[in-house]
Structures are given as structure tokens and as C-alpha cells.
Design a protein. Structure first.
Ligand code: PLP
Length: 366
């Protein structure tokens, strides 16, 4: 009954974890991919007010003009980047689906730095493309030499994600520049998922779009404004691609949620410095708690840390952690390898400390 393409994707890895987790009563939960703070009150008010005022109908497919213009102005002011066109999407997930649908066809190769955010691999497969993994272990650096080894005549695009889920790796401006050089040399399109752009701890924020013209930027409000359930994001880049994504949006999402678009206008330039300072100290807390016990890189951004599992078996280690009431995610959910595990530190300090205690205990058993 089902379309054959459904055989091309699966969710078995993560399902197994959640099945195990369902048995836990009050787990120490370090698995969650969203901030532990709520949408700022002033942003909520704008959403509520818009609903009250009757801003509840379809908006234009491409998104309200003032938000589209605000996105362009934001990048112009912050990075001196001029985008040809923008589209307001239903989260970055919506943007990814539309982008992949517009760009990938049978046999197209998509370069994916491994570890990767899960959607990239599954979307590429779903559309008949071929994910080509670029191994970035052990320090998650995306060196152009590694990319060169994997590029072929069929390579269509490269997807990058910095700061990254699940590793927390944030590329430096020099690294972004060298990735751009590689892409230019091979005339590749680059899709850059910058959803964690606010969550950067040791360097000034930057955007890949500054370094390369054939870039499709995806970003959104889920992480920076904690608006995960409001489903709001945007795509910006070459007009031809944005136009195609818009046409696909017309026949799928129709538009992003109306009230969320109004709220997004204020959220775009929201000052979340205090939250970022808090998350920097959470990053320090978890890193200091793990570094003597695990082989682990210090994350420069996002809210994840990706240590190596003792015994080199991520799934086995996570099963042990869950047996000790700690919920974390095995690395093979985000990778072709099963050697690591992901911790989210988007949690109260007290939860992080309880998690560290369990992890140290488990590490000592090896
Ligand atoms: C790297 C990355 N991209 C995209 C998304 C999806 O975000 P959104 O809520 O905007 O769809 C996530 C969410 O976890 C993510 O980690």
C-alpha cells in the first residue's frame, strides 16, 4: 500500500531510545533539542494580540512582506550580506523539505559532514538523492581535503550546519572561508542551516552567506526565541531557488502560521545576551564535568556536547545511562558511526549536575 520511498527512511534508532525512556518515571533528561527557557513575554504578547485582532487567516505564501524585509535588513545590517530573495517557512524543517524538494533529483549526491542533523540524510534519501558522508571525527572539523575526497561529477550540493547539532562545533570565519573556496572551485550549491546562530560562546557570530554567492541560508526562531511550537523559519538566497520553494509551499504548507509571523518581526532582533551567557556557563559546567572522564571536544556553540562512549559503543552506553535514569541519545542517530553519544545541556543546572554524576559513575566502571 505504501509508496516505495517509505522504505528509504526509518526512525528505528531514536524510537528504541524513546521506548526505553518511556519506562522511566522522572528521568534526568538531557536529550531535549530545545531551549529550557520560554518565549519572552513581549513576543508572546505580540502573538496573542495578533490573534485577538483577527490576524488569523492565510498570509501570502511567501510570508508577510514586513518580516521578509526585516530578514533581509537583519543580514544587511549585521553581516553586510544582500540576499536576492526570502521566503518565510514553517520552521527550518519546512525550509529544508522545500529546499531539498526543489533541488534534489534521482542520483544527485549531497555532501553531508558526519555527524549531521538527522533530517538531511532522510530528506536526501526520500527524494532519491544519495547522501555522501564526510567524516569529521574526532574534532568535527570540516577540512576542505576531506571534502575534496568525496566530491564527484554527481555532487549537487553541500549542507553545512554551524553551530552544529549534535556536536556543538562552531566553524571559525577562516573555516567558513575555506569551505566557500572549496564550493566555488566545484561550483556547488551550499545549504547552510544556521538555526543555532545566537548560541555561540567563544567567537563573534558569522554567516556562511558572507563568503559565497551560491548559498541558500536557512534559519528560524525555534531556538533563539524558544518558539519551537510556533513553527517559524526563513530561507534566503538565489531568487530562482526561493521562487521554486515558494511554489512548493503553495501546494504544501500554504504559509507559515500567521500570528507567529507577526511575533517573528519582533523576535528577529531580540536581545538574548543573558540567555547566551547562561548557556555558556552550562557549556562550561558540562564540559568541565566530563573532560577528565571522557574523550570530549569543547563545544563552541549550540547546546549539545558529543563525547566518545567508553568502549566505543554509543548504543550500549546509552542503554546503561537509561538504566541509571539518565536520558541521552546515541550518536548513531546522527552518524554512520556508533561511537559517541549526544547530551543536550539545554536544562536547569541542577539537572546537568545530576547527569554529570551519573556519567562520571558510568565512566569509572570502564
Ligand atoms: C540543525 C537543526 N536544523 C533544523 C532544526 C529544525 O528546527 P525547526 O524547529 O525550525 O524546524 C533543528 C531542530 O532541532 C536542528 O537542530
Amino acid at each position: 500500500m505504501l509508496a516505495r520511498r517509505m522504505k528509504l527512511i526509518d526512525s528505528s534508532g531514536i524510537r528504541k531510545v524513546f521506548d526505553l525512556a518511556a519506562k522511566l518515571k522522572d528521568p534526568i533528561n538531557l536529550s531535549i533539542g530545545q531551549p529550557d527557557f520560554d518565549i519572552p513575554d513581549e513576543i508572546k504578547e505580540i502573538g496573542i494580540q495578533s490573534i485577538r485582532e483577527g490576524f488569523n487567516r492565510y498570509t501570502v505564501t511567501q510570508g508577510i512582506p514586513e518580516l521578509r524585509e526585516a530578514v533581509r535588513e537583519h543580514y544587511r545590517r549585521k553581516y553586510s550580506v544582500e540576499f536576492e530573495d526570502t521566503l518565510i517557512t514553517s520552521g527550518v524543517s519546512g525550509g529544508l523539505l522545500l529546499a531539498f524538494m526543489a533541488l534534489i533529483e534521482e542520483g544527485d549526491e549531497v555532501l553531508l559532514p558526519d555527524p549531521y542533523f538527522v533530517m538531511y540524510k532522510h530528506l536526501a534519501n526520500l527524494l532519491g538523492g544519495k547522501p555522501v558522508f564526510v567524516n569529521t571525527y574526532p574534532d568535527f572539523t570540516l577540512a576542505p581535503e576531506k571534502l575534496e575526497e568525496k566530491v564527484t561529477k554527481r555532487t549537487k550540493m553541500l549542507v553545512i550546519n554551524s553551530p552544529a547539532n549534535p556536536t556543538g562545533r562552531a566553524y571559525s570565519s577562516e573555516e567558513l572561508r575555506s569551505i566557500a573556496e572549496f564550493a566555488r572551485k566545484h561550483n556547488l550549491l551550499v545549504v547552510t542551516d544556521e538555526i543555532y546562530d545566537h548560541f555561540i560562546y567563544d567567537q563573534t557570530p558569522d554567516t556562511f552567506a558572507k563568503y559565497y554567492e551560491k548559498t541558500l541560508l536557512l534559519n528560524g526562531f525555534s531556538k533563539s526565541s524558544a518558539m519551537t511550537g510556533w513553527r517559524l523559519g526563513y530561507a534566503a538566497g538565489p531568487r530562482e531557488i526561493i521562487e521554486s520553494m515558494k511554489m512548493l509551499q503553495q501546494y504544501s504548507f500554504v504559509c507559515a502560521p500567521s500570528f507567529a509571523q507577526k511575533a517573528g518581526l519582533a523576535a528577529l532582533d531580540l536581545d538574548i545576551t543573558q540567555h547566551i551567557a547562561d548557556y555558556r556557563s552550562k557549556r562550561d559546567l558540562i564540559y568541565e564535568g566530563l573532560k577528565g572522564y571522557f574523550d570530549v571536544e569543547k563545544p563552541g556553540g549550540a547546546f549539545y556536547i558529543f563525547p566518545k562512549a567508553p568502549g566505543d559503543d554509543g548504543v550500549k552506553f546509552v542503554e546503561k545511562a537509561i538504566a541509571n535514569n539518565l536520558l541521552i541519545i546515541p550518536g548513531n542517530v546522527f552518524s554512520e558511526r556508533n561511537t559517541h553519544f549526544r547530551i543536550s545541556f539545554a536544562a536547569p543546572d541542577e539537572t546537568i549536575l545530576r547527569g554529570i554524576e551519573v556519567l562520571q559513575k558510568l565512566a569509572k566502571q570502564f
